[in-house]
Design a protein around this ligand. Structure first.
Ligand code: PLP
Length: 393
């Protein structure tokens, strides 16, 4: 076998999301794109804001000697300053450029964090359902991903978390608004979590770090705000990106923001900057860094996703599907009317509706609908959602 046994195994169990997306492409060839209802991939459907496009054009037209060369591995100072100012404002905690590293998306930031913090065998505890790519990021750093269930309404279960933390837990990783559930963890649960992690850090005699993966932070509904983890817990970091908040997923631009109060700050930053380079990113894309520096505070029109959420939720609840309305993100995670979520997703697929089984997120008995699609896809899929539901009742 040319590739390692481990990778060979991982390929076969890797992303359900990608699997459904590829199968969807085959169906689209067969039946035409308009006849396939593809809710498989979290690829933003709302266009990037006009401010982004204009700034990109202006910056691309500038002729500055040396501008295409290497830079500081942490990113341009101007970009880090701009991000630090935004994070300070949003989180009510004072950061400067030294606390920020510009990264290749949230995925890049998470890989850097895992590599820098984990000793082989150290655990990263993650509430489920969750984005299961985390397993790979943790494994890349020879860590072990461990999981703890959320409550029935997908909120944090602090008792279960207390039981799941061990002397080997180095990182607690949360994602709010959550992919796949759309849940935003509320202020009280974040406060409770912070107290628990502080108490367990003392009990184990070593720090547990809180990492907040928050690429959906700006995509929230009904006036909900996302509590700040930086403010709640000293040993904390944010890993995030503009993939969803500006619809720039393909541009690979994001950042890592470190709490100024984190233990051994200087060494932590040196490690993170080193690995932003040596994991092969070297630095985040230069052109995007220059654009981002100029458009802090600009966001996509979240109202468009809000409208899609209403269309989908109203349609599915009138059929009889059960779910919690998402607080944020562009995912809905309904219960499958039968226990076997894979069978149910296959049944939907027969009606050319592509979704992802909850098992692909550590949430069996549910399925994920990514509603970052045209309104027509939502409206025209309702017949198929209805027929499949009736088939299993
Ligand atoms: C929860 C979560 N974290 C991280 C990522 C990776 O995002 P990025 O494009 O910023 O690397 C995604 C992408 O879908 C995601 O859903």
């Amino acid at each position: 076998m040319p590739i390692s046994r481990k990778v060979h195994g991982y390929i076969s169990q890797s992303s359900w999301i990608r699997k459904m997306f590829e199968e969807g492409n085959l169906l689209k060839k067969q039946y035409g794109a308009g006849n396939v209802f593809d809710f498989s991939l979290g690829n933003p459907s709302v266009e990037p804001p006009v401010e982004f496009k204009e700034t990109l054009r202006t910056i691309a037209g500038e002729d500055i000697p040396g501008i295409h060369g290497y830079m500081s591995n942490a990113g341009y100072l101007e970009t880090r300053e701009a991000i630090a100012a935004s994070v300070s404002k949003e989180h009510g905690i004072s950061l400067n450029a030294d606390h920020v590293i510009v990264t290749c998306g949230a995925a890049g930031a998470l890989n850097v964090i895992c590599k820098v913090f984990l000793e082989p065998g150290d655990e990263v505890l993650i509430p489920t359902p969750c984005f299961l790519e985390y397993r790979f990021y943790v494994d890349n750093a020879n860590g072990v991903a461990t999981f703890v269930k959320t409550k029935a309404d997908f909120s944090l279960d602090l008792n279960a978390i207390r039981d799941a933390l061990t002397e080997k837990t180095k990182i607690f990783l949360i994602n709010s608004p959550n992919n796949p559930t759309g849940k935003v963890y509320d202020e009280a649960s974040i406060r409770g979590l912070a107290e628990l992690l502080e108490e367990r850090s003392r009990a184990y005699g070593r720090d547990i770090y809180l990492v907040s993966d928050e690429p959906y932070r700006d995509i929230v509904y009904d006036g909900i705000t996302v509590p700040s983890l930086l403010k709640a817990y000293r040993n904390s970091m944010i890993a995030t990106s503009y993939s969803k908040s500006l619809s720039l997923a393909g541009e690979r631009i994001g950042y890592l923001a470190v709490n100024p109060g984190i233990s051994d700050f200087e060494e932590v930053m040196s490690g993170l900057i080193l690995y932003n380079r040596t994991l092969g990113f070297v630095n985040a894309p230069a052109l995007m860094q220059r654009v981002i520096a100029k458009i802090q505070g600009v966001k996509i029109n979240v109202g468009e996703y809000g409208r899609k959420r209403e269309l989908l939720c109203d349609g599915l609840s009138s059929i009889g599907y059960e779910f919690s309305r998402p607080d944020g993100s562009f995912y809905l995670f309904p219960r499958t009317p039968i226990k076997d979520d894979i069978e149910f997703v296959r049944a939907l697929q027969k009606r050319r509706i592509l979704t992802v089984p909850g098992s692909g997120f550590g949430g069996p008995g549910y399925f994920r609908i990514a509603f970052c699609v045209d309104d027509a896809t939502i409206i025209n899929s309702m017949g198929g959602f209805g027929e499949t539901f009736k088939e299993y009742r």
